[in-house]
Design a protein around this ligand. Structure first.
Ligand code: ATP
Ligand code: MG
Length: 466
């Protein structure tokens, strides 16, 4: 290993060592360093020390301490390399008995690094690096300036790409059920396999996730969604029995097939949902979530018609309602909820460049201008996830061009749902300036509120405007 430590990281190591405290790098940064993937920048640095939170705060006046588990956060100023993140320094600790499958009842400080590593979740996360940056100012290298503490052979598991619990897996998952999600998340982020014994303990304890706050599950799920292979992550969640607990609506999609004389579908709805996620060209976890959930309404609308065809009428409307429940469960913000809803509710849009301007305008209004590109990405995923080989059809390209045109083109009087003839007929008028004046007034009203552009309403207004 040969790695240049960021200056701020060296400062943290130096400051604590100069005050005669132990200080180790732990967590994801160690994994990245040992895996040699450190060429991509490490933005998240975790440390552990025998200094108590108050002692750490004395050394770092801009640090903050806002939880009872001994973690001091220090904001990074290096926005360029470290994304302006937070350095987390946790006082080394031993943990006793846990309650409610999440929280240790008591935490006591220790100055033995091995004791601290023993309470960590997986062997690959239970490795500490003791560095002496002052010995080698520019660079961390295994020749002299670094000492690896690895009591659970995490390095072997990194080499063999294995996620394995520290200690007895069953006990460790019962202590803290969030580890169930973390195991799958790490496996899909790192593309590692879960050790069989750890995996059977996950299966046995999956229901414990019911007791974990959904915001925490949300964080882990979204990390799976942004990972390099969210498709694999979802398969792993399903195999581990976790999907049916956190997204029962999606689990129910497996086994439902759209078949019948008129349809020749290759995949069931569950597999199609996962494949849509896989093929949706967006890295935004929320768009990926929408791709995963776009057909969720099909479980509630599935019907076998007398001719043998299976249909899912209104699954877009029902799906929209279901994702509102899911958004609430996962504690999504209003903005995220709105986007998820729109992407699922309107995913059945018609791709046809021959539509009228106002039909295209309605599509834009329903989906939201800011979501159009994501909606197209979802459609691409939907097509590829259904077995189509080509991502974009010529029709889709034409349709996208029309959207651009319509966005450039202002709404005009000719887009009104009534015209001069309607005005003349309703008011018994002859052609003349009065007809134009009334149309202009209607036009101004519709510009204010496009939902007023419906024929019944406008006819009624013509009478009133007279
Ligand atoms: P990431 O790349 O997401 O930051 P990480 O491994 O650093 O991965 P963190 O959530 O930052 O994950 O946690 C830092 C370290 O704290 C982990 O590597 C692990 O040693 C320990 N840890 C975190 N959560 C748990 C947990 N629920 N149970 C036991 N140890 C945990
Ligand atoms: Mg971390």
């Amino acid at each position: 290993m040969n790695y240049t430590l960021p200056t701020e990281v060296k400062n943290i190591l130096n400051k604590l060592q100069q005050s005669n405290f132990q200080i180790y790098i732990v967590g994801g940064a160690v994994r990245d360093l040992l895996m040699g993937s450190a060429s991509r920048r490490i933005s998240d640095w975790d440390f552990t020390t025998d200094a108590k939170p108050e002692e750490i705060l004395k050394l770092f006046p801009d640090g903050f301490y806002d939880n009872k588990f001994g973690t001091v956060g220090i904001p990074s100023k290096d926005t360029k390399h470290l994304g302006g993140g937070i350095f987390e320094i946790t006082t080394m600790r031993k943990e006793g008995v846990y309650k409610d499958h999440r929280h240790p009842v008591e935490v006591s400080w220790t100055d033995q690094i091995e004791e601290d590593l023993a309470r960590r979740d997986f062997t690959i996360n239970a490795i500490a690096l003791h560095c002496y940056p002052e010995l080698d100012k520019s660079c961390l290298s295994t020749t002299g300036s670094i000492n690896i503490v690895d009591p659970f052979n995490g390095q072997d598991d990194i080499k063999n790409k294995i996620i394995r619990s520290v200690g007895e897996p069953d006990k460790r998952f019962k202590e803290d059920a969030l580890r169930l999600m973390r195991a799958i998340r790490l496996a899909s982020e790192l593309e590692f396999e879960i050790d069989p014994k750890t995996h059977s303990a996950i299966l046995e304890n999956a229901t414990l996730l019911k007791e974990i706050a959904f915001e925490r599950i949300h964080d882990e799920l979204f990390k799976i969604l942004v990972s390099g292979s969210p498709y694999i992550g979802m398969i792993k969640l399903r195999e581990a029995g976790i999907l049916q607990i956190i997204l029962p609506e999606l689990e129910k999609c497996f086994g439902i097939v759209q078949k019948g004389p008129k349809h020749d579908r290759i995949y069931d709805i569950g597999e199609h949902s996962l494949l849509t996620l896989k093929h949706t060209p967006s890295t935004d976890p929320l768009v990926r979530f929408a791709a995963l959930l776009h057909d969720i309404g099909k479980t509630k609308t599935v019907k076998t018609e007398p001719d043998g065809n299976v249909t899912f009428y209104n699954h877009d409307v029902v799906g929209g309602k279901l994702v509102l429940d899911i958004a609430k469960r996962f504690n999504l913000s209003n903005k995220q909820t709105d986007k998820l809803y729109r992407l699922v509710r309107w995913h059945l849009f018609t791709v046809d460049e021959r539509q009228t301007d106002s039909a295209i305008r309605r599509f834009i209004k329903n989906v939201g201008i800011e979501n159009i590109e994501d909606m197209i990405a979802l459609r691409i995923g939907d097509r590829l996830g259904g077995g189509t080989q080509k991502a974009v059809s010529w029709r889709m390209e034409e349709f996208q061009k029309r959207i651009k045109e319509v966005l450039k083109k202002p709404f005009t009087i000719s887009d009104l749902k009534v015209n001069g003839n309607d005005v003349m007929k309703e008011l018994n008028l002859k052609p003349g300036p009065k007809v134009g004046e009334i149309l202009q007034k209607l036009f101004e009203e519709v510009l204010e509120n496009s939902s007023k552009n419906n024929k019944d309403y406008l006819i009624q207004r013509i009478q009133q405007l007279h």
